[in-house]
Structures are given as structure tokens and as C-alpha cells.
Ligand binder design. Structure first.
Ligand code: NOJ
Length: 577
């Protein structure tokens, strides 16, 4: 008897410790912040809506569609760069950080746009492109004009009399060489991206102050956050030592997170982020988890979140498997379960379309698979970033020749393969699947000419499928991808468990179905997603404690004896006990 009660007490103690541990885990990420709860809609302004008939999207166009954006239910918009730019890389080459690109409109348009967003409860996140500027920026014009110009040290120069500097790889250069010789001062300058995107010298305190002043200018205007473009590459060892041969082109592993990057971010935090209620997100999460934590853990006073590339990089290609996909997303979630915060996304302006890469864009499966992917993004932990057009299930276009592509990465990549005598067929094949241009084709508003994106000729052709895939027709159809997206957004907004809840992967080895639970403060949800074009089923103990189905992209699934039977690309969320 005595023994029994001791065993009982021990058992109760064990259970209560277990529960406490679970609860603590549940609560670990519960410090509530608006940017954790945000649902971010990314707009590529060039492709969203043209108001003046020049074929290029603009700020007035976005203003015209503010009610559409509000009706999506999203709470924030991230705008790709809208600053003055010669557009070598569509705005990622800034020539004046305090002005609006003439193609896009004026500062008055910007003010109206921000006001219109704020009136609708939508926050505005700006892109900050300061690893590099345009070569047409006044700073660079000065810098290249003479070796003793006060702006000389705003960029990285290497005097030619010292010989050619050690090799550095350039992502967009047709020779892959990041050093460009400039005869004006007989020196080389550094450009990790195109020749028209010279890298700024972050080791120069004047450069850093310029950037903080620019950010302050926009924060004072009232913007709500900043996305730091390519920032993990900003700091450099300015002695430019030789890299080992095998690492010369290993961009993330060898070029990211160098030197004093964290000091610069702390300085930026002190000078800008700490003074305003703004969120901050870095493109890139470093080389490993330690780097990522150092960027985003709250006690570091650097950034709020980062976005990692690993998940988005494993799109359905050779070697792709759902188990790998699950493993990657689960690993990242686990690493940040108790500290730090991340973003969740499957597409942006640097990727081809989500449904073509991760789903199935054939007529039979486009709709369910697009809805399934939106269900995934909006039910995972981390701040979701939804790329414009994915709420409609927009797909990749079909360009045949290199002349049809506009992206500098595609064009210079082509020249590089030609220069090196590489396999051009294979290169074109890869572009067809993954070109950034496919993610940039214009928004499909209705079935009239040019999908009503523009009255003039669009800068990039509208996808031919706009007659069927467009906002107007999807609005009317209760079962459209668009209406499912809106329901899913509402579900996330009304259920903090989907924002903060602990994530548990179920049956990692299942080849077709991705299933997980989210739990927080006694609430629990079960998410089951069929990532395949076949009927599939999964047996889960959680299926026995289903309370109700909260969202479904097809009809209600059959559930018998703990087995859930799903149709191809079916996505269901249940609340469970
Ligand atoms: C990352 C941006 O997302 C991409 O579009 C751009 O080309 C490079 N950084 C260079 O700014």
C-alpha cells in the first residue's frame, strides 16, 4: 500500500513535470509582438498594377488596389525597392535612397500610399539595399572620380599597381568576377552582384552613418519596418585575402557573416530600430544556426527575424522528396522553438512561382495544390510572407529563348555559360523551371487585355493563362484559391495557436503526407497536407481526438479508425482535444 502510493506520487510528479515542460515549451515563444502575428504580403511594384499606361506597375496602381489588399486580410505589405534607380537589377541598384523611382511615381504618391495603408490597418515594410548602391549613385560617381575624393572609401577599391586582387565571385557578372577594372583611377572596384552594383564599404563609419540617416528618414516618415537586402554579405575583410580554391564560389559559406557584421547590426539597432516601433528582417540567415541565432535572438539587440534559403531552395527537382522538405522545415522550427524568430515563405521575387515549384501547375491539380501550399505557409510557426499572385495560384510562364528573359541574373548567367563553353541546353532547362522572371510576370486582375495590369505593353508579358486565373473570376468563385487564401488568413488571425504554438511533426517518414500539430495554451490543431497527386492516407492517434474541421481545400475527408484519407493535394486543419 505504502509502496503503491509512493509509486503513484512519483507517477503524478512525473506527469506534472512532463506537462509543465510541455507548457513551458508551448509558452517559450509566447512573447507577443505584432511582427510575429503579422501576415506579410509582398508586392513587386513593377508587376502589380500600372496606373499610367507605360506598361510598368507603379505606386498609384498599388493605391488603386488597396481595398483588394485589405480584403485579403493581410496585415503588412513588403514593397520591393521603390527608390530612384537605373534598373540594372530592377531597383536593387539604388541611385538615390531618399527619392522615388520615376517609373513608380513621386514622393507624394508614396505618402498617399502609406497613408492609405495605415488607414486600412496595414503596415508598410521597406526594402533597404545597402550591401551595394548603383554605380549611378552620387557617392559612387564621386568615389570613382579620383583616388583622393572624400567618397573614395565609400566603396572597395584595389589600386591596379598592386596587381589583380584576389579572386572574388560575383553572382551576376558574366565572367563571375566581382572585381571590375575602372580606368579613371586605374583601380578595381568590388561588386558581388552586377557591375552596376558596387559594394559599399561598411567598414567606413561614414557609410554606416549615411545608412542610419537614410533609415531614420523613412522611419520618421512612418514606415513600419525594414527588410535588409543581402545584408549578410555587407561586412568584409578589406585586406581581401586569397580564399581556398574550393571555397572561391561558395557564396554563403565564405562570403557571409564576415568581419564586424554583428557590430554594425547592433549599431543600426541602437541608432534606428530601438527608436521606432519598426520590425526588421534580414535576407539570409547566415551559414549555420549559430549565425542565425546571433542575428535574431532578442537579447542580441540586432534584428527581429531572418529568412533562411534552405527551405525554398529544395523545390521539386531531381532528388527532391517530401521527407527532405519536412526534415528541413522541422529542423529550422526546432532550432528556433525556444529562442529567436524566423520567417516562413515558399516564394518571392527571386524565385519562380510557388505552385510550379512546390505544387503541381497542371489544370487538374493547380487549384488544390496552390491552396495546400498556402495552408502550409499560413499554419507554420514564423512570420508568413505571401508573394503577390500566389493567393490566386499564378503559375510559371513559358519563355522559349533567352531574348524573352529580362532578368540580369538570367541574361548574364547565359553569357557566362557561353563564355565558359558550358551546357546551354541544360542552362535553359533550369531557367524554365526556376527563372526569377516567372515570379515577376504581371498580376492577373481580370480577363481583359493584359489582364488589366496595364493599358500599354507590359514590361514583361502577362502569363497566357490570365483568362482563367485572375482576381475578378476568383472573387466570384467561393472555391477559388483566392477565397481559400482569405479564409486561411482569417483562421491564422483568429487562432494565436497557429502563430505561437509549439510545432510537432508527425510521421516524418510518410512520403506523401505532411502532418503536424500546433499547440498553445490548451489549444491544439492538427494539420494534414497531401503533397502528392495520389489519394493517400495517414493513421494518427490525434485523428481520434478531432473536435472539428476548421479548414479544408476540398470536401471533408473520410476518417475511419484513426486513418485520415486524403484526396490529391488535400489540405485540412482540425482542432483537436
Ligand atoms: C537580393 C534580392 O532579393 C535580389 O532580387 C537582388 O537581385 C539581390 N539581392 C541584389 O540586391
Amino acid at each position: 500500500m505504502h509502496k503503491l502510493s509512493a509509486a503513484l506520487i512519483a507517477l503524478l510528479f512525473f506527469i506534472s513535470c512532463g506537462t509543465k515542460k510541455e507548457e513551458q515549451k508551448d509558452l517559450a515563444q509566447s512573447e507577443e509582438k505584432w511582427w510575429k502575428e503579422a501576415i506579410i504580403y509582398q508586392i513587386y511594384p513593377r508587376s502589380f498594377k500600372d496606373s499610367d499606361g507605360d506598361g510598368i506597375g507603379d505606386l498609384k496602381g498599388i493605391i488603386q488596389e488597396l481595398d483588394y489588399i485589405k480584403d485579403l486580410g493581410v496585415t503588412a505589405v513588403w514593397l520591393n525597392p521603390i527608390y530612384s534607380s537605373p534598373n540594372d537589377d530592377n531597383g536593387y541598384d539604388v541611385s538615390d535612397y531618399r527619392n522615388i523611382m520615376s517609373d513608380f511615381g513621386t514622393m507624394e504618391d508614396f505618402d498617399r500610399l502609406m497613408k492609405g495603408m495605415h488607414e486600412r490597418g496595414i503596415k508598410l515594410i521597406m526594402d533597404v539595399v545597402v550591401n551595394h548602391s548603383s554605380d549611378e549613385h552620387e557617392w559612387f560617381q564621386q568615389s570613382r572620380s579620383s583616388r583622393d575624393n572624400p567618397y573614395r572609401d565609400y566603396y572597395h577599391w584595389w589600386p591596379a599597381e598592386k596587381g589583380k586582387p584576389n579572386y572574388r565571385y560575383s553572382l551576376f557578372d558574366e565572367k563571375g568576377d566581382a572585381w571590375k577594372y575602372d580606368s579613371i583611377t586605374d583601380a578595381y572596384y568590388l561588386h558581388y552582384f552586377s557591375q552596376k552594383q558596387p559594394d559599399l564599404n561598411w567598414e567606413n563609419p561614414k557609410v554606416r552613418q549615411e545608412v542610419y540617416d537614410i533609415m531614420t528618414f523613412w522611419a520618421e516618415k512612418g514606415v513600419d519596418g525594414f527588410r535588409l537586402d543581402a545584408f549578410q554579405f555587407a561586412a568584409k575583410d578589406t585586406t581581401f585575402p586569397a580564399f581556398p580554391d574550393d571555397l572561391q564560389t561558395n557564396f554563403i559559406q565564405y562570403y557571409a557573416m564576415q568581419g564586424n557584421l554583428h557590430e554594425y547590426l547592433k549599431e543600426m539597432h541602437e541608432q534606428v530600430f530601438s527608436k521606432y516601433d519598426v520590425m526588421s528582417v534580414a535576407e539570409g540567415a547566415g551559414r549555420n544556426f549559430e549565425d542565425a541565432h546571433n542575428l535574431v535572438d532578442a537579447d542580441r539587440n540586432e534584428l527581429n527575424m531572418a529568412y533562411a534559403f534552405e527551405g525554398v531552395d529544395i523545390a521539386k527537382r531531381e532528388g527532391y522528396s517530401l521527407t527532405h522538405f519536412k526534415e528541413v522545415f522541422s529542423r529550422w522550427d526546432k532550432e528556433f522553438a525556444e529562442k529567436g524568430w524566423l520567417s516562413i515563405y515558399l516564394a518571392n521575387h527571386d524565385q519562380a512561382r510557388m505552385v510550379s515549384r512546390f505544387g503541381n501547375d497542371s489544370p487538374a491539380f493547380r487549384r488544390p495544390s496552390a491552396k495546400m501550399l498556402n495552408t502550409f505557409i499560413l499554419s507554420m510557426r514564423g512570420t508568413p510572407y505571401c508573394y503577390f499572385g500566389d493567393e490566386l495560384g499564378m503559375t510559371n510562364s513559358n519563355f522559349e529563348t533567352i531574348e524573352e528573359y529580362q532578368d540580369i541574373a538570367a541574361i548574364n548567367g547565359y553569357k557566362k555559360v557561353v563564355n565558359e563553353g558550358g551546357d546551354i541546353m541544360e542552362y535553359m532547362q533550369n531557367l524554365k523551371f526556376g527563372s526569377r522572371d516567372y515570379g515577376r510576370t504581371p498580376m492577373q486582375w481580370d480577363n481583359s487585355t493584359n489582364a488589366n495590369f496595364a493599358t500599354g505593353t507590359p514590361w514583361l508579358p502577362v502569363n497566357e493563362n490570365y483568362k482563367t486565373i485572375n482576381v475578378e473570376s476568383e472573387k466570384k468563385d467561393p472555391n477559388s484559391v483566392l477565397n481559400h487564401f482569405r479564409r486561411m488568413v482569417e483562421l491564422r488571425k483568429n487562432n494565436p495557436v497557429l502563430v505561437y504554438g509549439a510545432y510537432t511533426l508527425l510521421q516524418p517518414e510518410h512520403q506523401e503526407i505532411y502532418a503536424y500539430t500546433r499547440s498553445w495554451k490548451g489549444e491544439k490543431m492538427l494539420v494534414v497536407l497531401n503533397f502528392s497527386e495520389k489519394n493517400s492516407s495517414i493513421t494518427l492517434k490525434e485523428a481520434k481526438s478531432i473536435k472539428e474541421e476548421v479548414i479544408n481545400n476540398l470536401q471533408s475527408p473520410d476518417i475511419k479508425n484513426g486513418t485520415i484519407h486524403l484526396l490529391p493535394y488535400q489540405a485540412v486543419i482540425f482542432s483537436i482535444q
